[in-house]
Design a protein around this ligand. Structure first.
Ligand code: PMV
Length: 322
């Protein structure tokens, strides 16, 4: 018997960086790309075999390194299930989510693996969204040191997430838009390290605390407004808020010439709004489009040098399957 589950990628819609300082942020699933985990019964006596065909890797759990995220995901389910030994299993992961682009690939692989394994072990209590997100957060620490918690949440719940980081507990709410929202994700092709950019923002905040607190607060207010606008389905207004958030991120010095060029190209081609998404200084930007403008904005992004353009559609409340 084989148990298969998937988890989507993610993008931050509002509030990157400020979220690290306790301001609200919104992230949404990027459904065009997915991580998939398959858990099947293994050969007797083999133990747990881990297979990542995309990376050409095949190894045993008992031989895994300490910082091996896939092994960590498996071990966390084992511990949560209170099992001293796991049965003989093969865990295979595949992903179409670009790695290291701020699209949540690590979190999605962790969430898919945790859910598939919990189900395979007949532990539905460990396969709930709450449990999967909690365990995936622990795995995320391998990649990100002190992750905000937004990635594991959005890829697990597969819904827009309103998120506020808390000292004790994070405040997390999923919600649904009042109208279908269509976003394009344009890749600058420039890889940037989230850890480095987050560290640089911290240094700037330490040097100019008042100024940065003001910028973070501005981002937080925009995220609050964006949530209301999304729920009300006011897309033109949402686009305007994206513009404002991009301008604040520029002030924080986390945009780049490449990101600004793609944002301008998207607007020139008819997007309702556009901004960088995630850590910045490279990586991805997002553009709010409609069914009617998606193709021309995509063409505009590619002409302006985007390496790839992905699309995600957030269904309106009345279209989300129960
Ligand atoms: O590039 P991404 O999507 O991993 O986003 C990083 C988002 C930050 O707010 C900059 C950092 C964080 O941990 O939330």
């Amino acid at each position: 018997m084989e148990t298969i589950t998937s988890a989507p990628g993610k993008i931050i819609l509002f509030g990157e960086h400020a979220v690290v300082y306790g301001r609200p942020a919104i992230a949404v699933p990027l459904t065009q790309v997915q991580a998939t985990a398959r858990v099947g019964d293994g050969r007797p006596g083999q133990g747990v075999r881990l297979v990542a065909p995309d990376l050409g890797q095949d190894w045993l759990l008992e031989e895994a390194q300490e910082l091996d995220a896939l092994a960590d995901a498996v071990r966390r389910v084992q511990a949560a299930a209170g099992l001293e030994r796991l049965p003989d299993l093969t865990v295979t992961v595949n992903s179409t989510i670009p790695i290291a682009g701020g699209l949540g690939s690590g979190a999605a692989i962790a969430a898919a693996t945790i859910r598939a394994l919990a189900r395979h072990l007949h532990r539905p209590d460990l396969a709930t969204n709450e449990q999967v997100a909690r365990l995936a957060y622990e795995v995320e620490k391998i990649h990100h040191g002190t992750p905000s918690g937004i990635d594991n949440t959005v890829v697990t719940y597969e819904r827009p997430v309103y998120f506020v980081r808390g000292a004790e507990r994070n405040h997390i709410e999923t919600f649904v838009p009042g109208r279908t929202v269509r976003l394009l994700v344009g890749d600058t092709g420039v890889r940037s390290s989230t850890r480095l950019v987050v560290g640089d923002v911290r240094q700037q905040w330490q040097a100019q605390p008042e100024r940065f607190e003001r910028l973070f607060t501005a981002c937080g207010r925009l995220a609050e407004a964006a949530r209301q606008t999304l729920e009300a389905g006011e897309l033109a207004q949402l686009g305007q808020l994206m513009q404002e958030n991009h301008a604040v991120l520029q002030e924080m010095s986390v945009s780049s010439a490449g990101l600004d060029a793609l944002v301008s190209a998207a607007l020139a081609a008819g997007a309702l709004g556009a901004k960088l998404s995630g850590a910045g200084r490279g990586g991805n930007m997002i553009a709010l489009v409609t069914e009617g403008t998606a193709a021309q904005v995509q063409a505009g992004l590619l002409a302006a040098g985007a390496r790839a353009v992905l699309q995600t559609v957030l269904p309106a409340g009345n279209e989300v399957p129960a």
